[in-house]
Design a protein around this ligand. Structure first.
Ligand code: GLY
Ligand code: MN
Length: 453
C-alpha cells in the first residue's frame, strides 16, 4: 500500500473537514470497496483501486477499509490482517503508522457497528457488489442523499492537489497519444498501437482510467475490440486516458489517418469536428450552462455538414429536429476527476444541477452534464462525427430529416467512419485552460506525428 505524500495527506485532512462542515450531525460512511475476483479470490482484477470517494478523502487505496466522518472526526476502520495475509501479501503497516501517514484515527473494522450506533448515517456506495452487501448489513441509513450531495459539492470544484493530479494525468495522456500516432502504420493490428500507448503509461507507473478505445471502426462509440488490421485508407480513432498512481483521470481522443495523410473527404469532416471543438472550448467559462455548449457543437456540426452539402435546410431547424444527432449522437462531454465520468456512480445527481433532468430528445438525452460551469470544474469537450448504420439505416431515426439528409453527397464521405476530438478543460476565472492541449490536433500537427516510430 502506498501512503500519500505529506501535501496530499494535508489536502485529504482539509477535504474531510470540508465534508464534515457540510454534514451537520450526519455521520458519513465511505467504504473503499474490496478486490473483485476474476475467477477465484486469489486472482483478483488488478490493481486494486478504492472507490473514488474514498481515494478523494483518504489519499490511498486500502482494501476493505471504511472511512467514518462524524463532526470533524475521521476514523478509518480496518480489517484485521491474518498471519496468512502477511505471508502472501507482506506485513501490513501498523495502525499507528497509518494513523500518522493518513492524519486520522484508526480502529478495527469490528468496531464499526458501535461507531454508528444511535447516529443518523449516510453512506456512499462502494463499486463492488460484495462491498454493497456488507454496507447493507450495517443496518438502515437515513442520510445517503445528504452525504451524496455533500461529496458532490466538494468534488465538483477541484482543489490544488486535485488539479495537480489532473495535470499529471493530462501530461501522460498526451505522451501516450504521441506514442500511439508514432507507432501507427498500415498492416498492423490496432492492438499494437494500444500496446505502445499502454507501455508508455506503464513506464510512468500509470495505468488507464477506462478501457482504451483504439479502432478504425470509430463509429462504434465505445469500441473495445482491438483486433482490426489497419489499412492505409483508414482513420484510427484513439480514445485513451491515463490514470495516475493517485487515481486521477485523463481522457483524450484523437483521430488520425493510418497512412499519415488525410484524404480530402476525411480532412473536410475533420475540420468540421475541429471547428465545433474550438467553439465549445471557447465557451468553457464560469456561468455558461454546459447544455448550451452541447448545442453550440450541434449547430457548428450542422452548419459544417450543410456547407459540405450533406445536410440542407435551416441550421436551427436541423438542430431542433435532432438531424445533427444522426452524426453526433452523444453528449459534448462530462465531468472529469478521479473518475473519467466523474461521480457517475451517483447517477445524474452529480452531472445535473438540482431542478434539471435529462431530456428525452434524441439529440440531448445522452448529455451527461447540465450544470452552470464554475471555476475549478474540469470537463471534457468531445464532439464527433460518425456514420452509424444502426442510425442511418433506421427509418424511424431518419424520418424527421427527410430530404434534408442528402445521401448521394454523404456517399462521397464513405471513408469517414468515425471522428472524435476530445480534450480535458479546467474552468478558471480567466477562462478555459486546456490541460491536454499538447496532443497534436490540427491536420498538419497530426499528419506530422503519424508513423514516426
Ligand atoms: N472516454 C470515454 C468516454 O468519455 O465515454
Ligand atoms: Mn470522454
Amino acid at each position: 500500500m502506498e501512503l500519500p505524500a505529506e501535501t496530499l495527506r494535508d489536502a485529504c485532512v482539509a477535504r474531510r473537514s470540508n465534508l464534515a462542515a457540510r454534514l451537520g450531525g450526519v455521520t458519513a460512511v465511505i467504504p473503499a470497496g474490496r478486490p473483485v475476483p476474476r475467477n477465484y479470490p486469489a486472482n483478483p482484477h488488478w490493481p486494486f483501486r478504492a472507490s473514488s470517494h474514498f481515494l478523494y478523502l483518504v489519499g490511498a487505496s486500502i482494501e476493505d477499509a471504511v472511512l467514518v466522518v462524524h463532526r470533524g472526526e475521521s476514523t478509518l476502520c480496518l480489517p484485521q490482517a491474518t498471519a496468512e495475509d502477511a505471508l502472501w501479501h507482506g506485513a501490513p503497516p501498523s495502525m499507528s503508522h497509518l494513523a500518522h501517514g493518513l492524519g486520522l484515527g484508526v480502529a478495527p473494522l469490528a468496531e464499526l457497528p458501535a461507531l454508528l450506533k444511535g447516529r443518523t448515517v449516510g453512506a456512499l456506495p462502494p463499486p463492488d457488489a460484495q462491498g454493497q452487501a456488507a454496507l447493507e448489513a450495517l443496518g438502515p441509513r437515513a442520510a445517503d442523499a445528504q452525504v451524496a450531495d455533500a461529496i458532490i459539492d466538494l468534488r465538483l470544484r477541484h482543489d490544488a492537489a486535485a488539479v495537480g493530479g489532473l495535470e499529471r494525468a493530462a501530461e501522460a495522456t498526451v505522451a501516450a497519444h504521441r506514442v500511439g500516432m508514432a507507432a501507427t502504420r498500415p498492416g498492423i493490428p490496432a492492438w499494437q498501437v494500444v500496446g505502445a500507448m499502454m507501455a508508455d503509461l506503464a513506464h510512468r507507473g500509470m495505468g488507464t482510467s477506462y478501457p482504451p478505445i483504439v479502432s478504425p471502426r470509430g463509429e462504434v462509440l465505445h469500441n473495445h475490440a482491438h483486433h482490426d488490421v489497419l489499412a492505409a485508407g483508414d482513420l484510427l480513432l484513439a480514445d485513451v486516458g491515463a490514470e495516475t498512481r493517485g487515481g486521477w483521470a485523463g481522457d483524450v481522443t484523437r483521430t488520425w489517418p493510418v497512412s499519415g495523410r488525410f484524404s480530402k473527404s476525411q480532412q473536410a469532416i475533420y475540420e468540421v469536428v475541429l471547428a465545433a471543438q474550438a467553439a465549445c472550448i471557447a465557451e468553457c467559462r464560469p456561468g455558461t450552462r454546459y447544455r448550451h455548449i452541447h448545442l453550440t457543437a450541434a449547430r457548428v456540426i450542422a452548419q459544417g455538414l450543410k456547407d459540405l452539402g450533406i445536410l440542407r435546410g435551416d441550421v436551427d431547424g436541423l438542430v431542433a429536429d435532432d438531424v445533427h444527432a444522426l452524426f453526433f449522437p452523444h453528449g459534448i462531454g462530462h465531468l472529469i476527476g478521479l473518475d473519467v465520468h466523474d461521480m457517475e456512480d451517483l447517477g445524474d445527481r452529480a452531472g445535473y444541477a438540482p431542478g434539471r433532468t435529462r431530456s428525452d430528445r434524441f439529440g440531448l438525452g445522452y448529455l451527461r452534464l447540465d450544470r452552470d460551469l464554475e471555476p475549478g470544474m474540469a470537463v471534457t469537450i468531445e464532439p464527433g462525427f460518425y456514420q452509424v448504420p444502426a442510425l442511418l439505416e433506421d427509418p424511424t431515426r431518419t424520418a424527421k430529416a427527410g430530404d434534408r439528409l442528402v445521401r448521394s453527397r454523404l456517399a462521397e464521405f464513405a471513408d469517414v467512419r468515425g471522428i472524435r476530438i476530445e480534450d480535458d478543460v479546467l474552468i478558471t476565472s480567466g477562462g478555459p485552460r486546456v490541460l491536454t492541449e499538447a496532443a497534436p490536433k490540427t491536420v498538419a500537427e497530426v499528419e506530422a506525428a503519424v508513423g514516426r516510430g
